[in-house]
Design a protein around this ligand. Structure first.
Ligand code: GLN
Length: 456
């Protein structure tokens, strides 16, 4: 813990941590020492972690990367962080993220962008660590913490993990409690660990999982021993390669990465099967209707009355002015764009044309996966992202749809509620990390982690 606190101090330029909690960390570390000395400490005991700013941590600033929550210190602890502290883990502080987890580059944060510790060849230009869990990714990659929590609504654990060369798993929807995690799109949001290895991911995921009566979508299922599933034996396992993920204009190095990953799984004894997920191309448009729709509803609570920022009113201005000014001042442009899209697609005249249609597409996407799983496929291999990390500012200034394309391989998994993992799988020509994604059957995270273990 002391070593991490020191490294964090020295690494301010990454802008990964937005709030440090050294006192809490040192207290927790002492308690962890005592548990370890007593001889029955859980696996996570004494492990220093960074916590994404989306998690409510009692008495500690929790702003979801947004100015609208400035000054907000929750009265309560999220279920996941509570479980982590109970397991003896240590909180080093809160990690930077895109505002309300909306973004793929961590450039929408009120705290400013995060810097990826990697560089392109000899080029000094700073790169994005991806988003929205950009602070988590950068902090783990730069050894500021041993692991971090992330959240993934459309790819926000897997894409940043791939951009910095670490492992990140989004569990099955309902595996980890959403209670006390600031909501973005509630039917898609899942938290998960971002770690240095698949084994770490298995151990940390177990500590984060479990039924929580406070989250009505939390599954009442026992948590398997994910670490015990890491046998490295995938002989006879059927792994699908979906043809629809071979996008036009896919860079050669992503093609090669995918082919190399396929060969590794085959060499380990897996049976590689070509599969089709025919509705894949509709996933991104459906996601960018459903996610903003849910976000516009979830973000209605930030009205200047209950939390954080409240605009100052001029004489004669009333409560409607207060709402309007507070939201105009507190939300950044990407969040405002999502609220407007979401409100539009949910409005009476457009609900059927957009929202209902997107929900139907979502069902078809889920069915695509069910069909291949019913046919015996146990995991699906795809690239994690369409490119390696890009330069800061490179996409932020472009059309927002360009940024949304980052999620092309990951959003299907959220729409279908499946577990998905990104593992580092090599470097591109400029020396930047690239990741592969494995998608698993619902509730089979152990099995999924085991396949990822073979690729690691
Ligand atoms: N990049 C996607 C978005 O902006 C996904 C974000 C996430 O998973 N939280 O919506």
């Amino acid at each position: 813990t002391e070593a991490c606190l020191k490294t964090i101090e020295d690494a301010g330029t990454l802008n990964a941590f937005v709030h440090h909690t050294p006192e809490i960390a040192l207290d927790q570390a002492k308690a962890a020492d005592a548990r370890i000395a007593a001889g029955n400490a859980p696996d996570m005991c004494g492990i220093p972690l960074g916590i994404k700013d989306l998690f409510c941590t009692k008495g500690v600033p929790s702003q979801a990367g947004s100015a609208i929550l400035s000054g907000f210190r929750p009265e309560y602890e999220s279920t996941i962080t509570l479980q982590l502290w109970d397991s003896g883990s240590i909180m080093l502080g809160k990690l930077n993220m895109d505002e309300f987890a909306m973004g793929s580059s961590n450039e929408t944060s009120t705290y400013g962008n995060v810097v990826n510790p990697w560089r392109r060849g000899n080029d000094d230009a700073a790169l994005t660590p991806g988003g929205s869990s950009g602070g988590s990714a950068s902090a783990v990659a730069a050894d500021l913490c041993l692991a971090a929590t992330g959240t993934d609504t459309g790819g926000s654990i897997r894409q940043p993990a791939a951009f910095v060369g670490i492992t990140g798993i989004k569990p099955t929807y309902g595996r980890c409690s959403r209670w006390g995690v600031v909501a973005f799109a509630s039917s898609l949001d899942q938290a998960g660990p971002m770690t240095k290895s698949v084994r770490d991911a298995a151990i940390m995921l177990a500590a984060m999982s479990g039924h929580d009566p406070k989250d009505s979508t939390s599954a009442d299922l026992a948590v398997p021993d994910f670490e015990a599933a890491l046998t490295g034996d995938i002989r006879g396992k059927k792994i699908g390669i979906p043809k629809e993920y071979r996008m036009d204009g896919m860079p050669d190095e992503i093609e090669k990465l995918w082919a190399d990953g396929t060969a590794m799984l085959r060499d380990a004894g897996a049976e590689i099967v070509d599969i089709s997920l025919p509705h894949t191309k509709y996933a991104l448009p459906a996601y960018y209707v459903i996610a903003p729709a849910e976000a516009s509803s979830n973000l209605a609570r930030y009205d200047g009355v209950r939390y954080g920022h409240r605009a100052k009113l001029a004489k004669g201005e009333g409560i409607d002015d207060m709402y309007e000014k507070t939201r105009a001042e507190g939300f950044g442009p990407e969040v405002q764009r999502r609220v407007m899209i979401g409100t539009y697609v949910l409005s009476a005249g457009f609900y059927d044309a957009y929202y209902r249609r997107a929900q139907r597409v979502r069902t078809l996407i889920k069915k695509d996966f069910e069909n291949v799983f019913d046919a015996g496929i146990e995991a699906i291999l795809t690239p994690a992202t369409p490119s390696a990390a890009f330069g800061l500012g490179e996409m932020a200034d472009a059309d927002p749809v360009q940024m949304y394309l980052n999620d092309v391989f990951t959003v299907t998994v959220n729409l279908a509620g499946l577990p998905g993992i990104a593992v580092p799988a090599g470097l591109d020509k400029q020396g930047l990390p690239l990741g592969l994604q494995l998608i698993g059957r619902p509730w089979e995270e152990g099995d999924l982690l085991n396949s990822a273990y073979v690729l690691e």
